[in-house]
Design a protein around this ligand. Structure first.
Ligand code: SF4
Length: 179
């Protein structure tokens, strides 16, 4: 089914990149260049950490490698473990993810970062090898969905390629789209 004339691709975007002051310290990460590049699409801002009611401001969290698993825990208070809450929230977003054409997330975040997120090891060292909890969930459930972080999209070729992928996804799945 061809998309209707008024239909446009839908992209889920980290809320802080859209300019919403939702970071742990109450700041935002508005990215004007990125927003201009994504003007062709309808943007849906999401913040996993606000989504699980951590509030703003909130204690910072990080990825922690534990016995074969990766948990998301408080930096100052490791007994604050929000992994299961993030999983439940992420799974509640599956219908929205199913109807979108791409996802752009904030780099280096324990929730949103797509690659190279700091990951605390058992020996206390930090390796930049992690993937944020929500980004991992997106990849797990929708491996074909175009997914990138804003740092990756600073590369013009990568941005152009991402836009082509989003448009192709939109054309292919238009029959499932909201009006
Ligand atoms: S990086 Fe993700 S979790 Fe952190 S403030 Fe931005 S949208 Fe929220």
């Amino acid at each position: 089914m061809a998309p209707s004339q008024n239909a446009v691709p839908l992209i889920i975007l980290s809320s802080c990149l859209a300019g919403n002051p939702v970071r742990y310290d109450g700041s935002d990460k508005r990215d004007a260049d990125l927003l201009a590049a994504l003007e062709f699409a309808r943007l849906v801002p999401l913040c996993p950490e606000v989504g699980i009611d951590l509030g703003v401001p909130r204690p910072p969290i990080r990825l922690v490698a534990t016995d074969g698993a990766i948990r998301v825990q408080g930096v100052e208070d490791p007994t604050l473990d929000v992994t299961d809450r993030l999983t439940a929230w992420g799974e509640a977003q599956l219908p929205l993810l199913r109807s979108c054409d791409g996802v752009v997330l904030k780099s280096r975040s324990p929730s949103c970062g797509v690659e190279g997120v700091p990951l605390l090891q058992a020996d206390g060292t930090v390796e930049e090898t992690g993937t944020g909890h929500f980004a991992a969930l997106v990849r797990q459930h929708f491996p074909e969905l175009p997914l990138a972080d804003e740092r990756q999209l600073q590369d013009r070729q990568r941005l152009a390629s991402f836009v082509v992928q989003v448009q192709a996804h939109f054309a292919k799945h238009a029959g499932r789209h909201r009006g």
